[in-house]
Design a protein around this ligand. Structure first.
Ligand code: EPZ
Length: 422
């Protein structure tokens, strides 16, 4: 198991290229199931989660070839085993996004119910409701979702909202299934995340007829078949936001490439309020902090609101603010595993239900800490770069799920991170 040894405080400066988006690449790779033949996806990040999906696609009968620089060729000419095995699916919850395409292509699918994870329950009831609305018969057998559509799927108007608003992968599943359904489907309360827009982009490139991207109402006119394509995924706004905080927390200056600020307005709003300068530049932006860190209130929401995947990272920054901040988690109310770890570094954060009250302190102090979920772990790396002393972060495999060679990128900008196997 790997650990990180991180010396602080450091001041970051330099250029960082943002990778293709993990959360766009995952459903996009699943979408190739719908288009028999060889699709090539460009700028796919080299991550543990992506590798799980490659293994899963191969287990379904596809052939996956990873080439240089994030180019992945997926040949789905043969999909002869529409079963997502527990041993693979349990490694990554997002595996659920093969359900819709498998059902649409094969008329049946069996996918293990994804387990929970460190950020809380991860139900899929809305996914299943949406597929039933399209005419699928669904039952649970030995922990597996068994879905069949012997007569094919039939388009329909479907409300896909839940207690926490829209669902990203639920929208992805229904969107993909609807592309081959008979007739027209309207998804009300669809997720508006840019990653869903990117998924709709490849599906339309394959021959689907989807309108309403970026809005909560998606209309899909079913077609007979889809064809394989070559497609580049968008930049990862969550990785970009993480590195924006890296510049801010170390009072540094970073130029980020391959990031689209149009997808990050809520993040830019909060960071500028806190005292961070973000200037558009070339294919990205320049992020600088020179003055103090102002306290701020942050509530996570579905897009275009503030993303839950950057909540922990902003908390690491606000731990140093002048005054008190409140962070409220409306998407995953239990997503606060990082609070106890930051408090071990002398932060002063108190959890109150789905909120955390952060009393800013002058600086954090290095300590041995534990990574938990993907984004919380990245937040601990940020905190450690600003903390005084050498921090040890255990279980960094969590970080490798969503950040490609994070220590290489940060060290090239002045961080002092050593990865060790223990
Ligand atoms: C996606 O997960 C992302 N993952 C998550 O990023 C992200 O945190 C999340 O969206 C919210 O933005 C990928 O795209 C691979 P949801 P997803 O369905 O689709 C509830 C990361 O760090 N819900 O939008 O699984 C659910 O419990 C990961 O990269 C239901 O109640 O999330 C949550 O409270 C972590 N029933 C809320 O909706 C359902 O059927 C939003 O979840 C589905 C979801």
């Amino acid at each position: 198991m790997d650990i990180f040894k991180i010396e602080g405080p450091v001041k970051l400066s330099g250029d960082i290229r943002i990778n293709g988006s993990k959360n766009a690449a995952l459903p996009i790779m699943a979408a190739t199931i719908l288009a028999p033949g060889k699709s090539t996806i460009l700028d796919v990040p080299d991550l543990a989660d992506i590798n799980v999906l490659k293994t899963l696609l191969t287990s379904l009968g596809a052939t996956v070839e990873t080439r240089q620089k994030g180019e992945v060729e997926i040949d789905t000419s043969v999909i002869d085993n529409p079963v997502g095995e527990y041993d693979i699916v349990r490694k990554m919850r997002a595996s659920i996004c093969i359900l819709g395409p498998l059902l649409a292509r094969c008329g049946r699918a069996e996918v293990s119910m994804p387990g929970g994870c460190a950020i809380g329950d991860r139900p899929v009831d809305i996914h299943l409701r949406g597929l039933r609305e399209l005419g699928a018969e669904i039952c649970l057998k030995n922990g597996n979702i068994v879905a069949t559509a012997p007569k094919g799927l039939i388009g329909k108007q479907i409300f896909l909202g839940g207690p926490f608003g829209s669902t990203v992968l639920g929208t992805a599943n229904i969107l993909m299934a609807a592309t081959l359904a008979k007739g027209t489907t309207v998804i009300e309360s669809a997720a508006c995340e840019p990653e869903i827009g990117d998924l709709a982009g490849i599906l339309n490139a394959m021959g689907a007829k989807i309108t309403g991207m970026g809005s909560p109402r998606l209309t899909i006119e079913g077609v007979k078949s889809l064809s394989p394509v070559k497609y580049r995924v968008i930049g990862d706004r969550i990785e970009a936001g993480t590195f924006m905080v890296a510049a801010a927390i170390t009072k540094g200056n970073l130029r980020l490439h391959n990031c689209n600020l149009d997808h990050m307005l809520a993040i830019v709003d909060r960071l500028e309020h806190i005292g961070v300068t973000i200037d558009t530049a070339d294919d990205g932006c320049v992020v600088t902090r020179t003055g103090s860190i102002k306290a701020a209130d942050i509530t996570t929401q579905t897009y275009p609101g503030f993303p839950t995947d950057l909540q922990a990272q902003l908390m690491a920054l606000l731990a140093h603010a002048d005054g008190n901040s409140i962070v409220t988690e409306k998407i995953f109310p239990d997503r606060f595993m990082h609070v106890a770890e930051m408090n071990r570094m002398a932060a002063n954060i108190r959890k109150e239900g789905a909120s955390a009250i952060i009393a800013g302190v002058k600086n954090l102090v290095a300590a041995p800490i534990m990574a938990s979920d993907l984004r919380a772990s990245a937040a601990l790396v940020l905190a450690a770069m600003a903390a005084h002393g050498t921090t040890i972060i255990n279980r960094v495999y969590h970080i490798d799920r969503g950040y490609e060679k994070i220590e290489k990128k940060l060290n090239a900008a002045g961080a002092k991170i050593t990865r060790e196997s223990v």
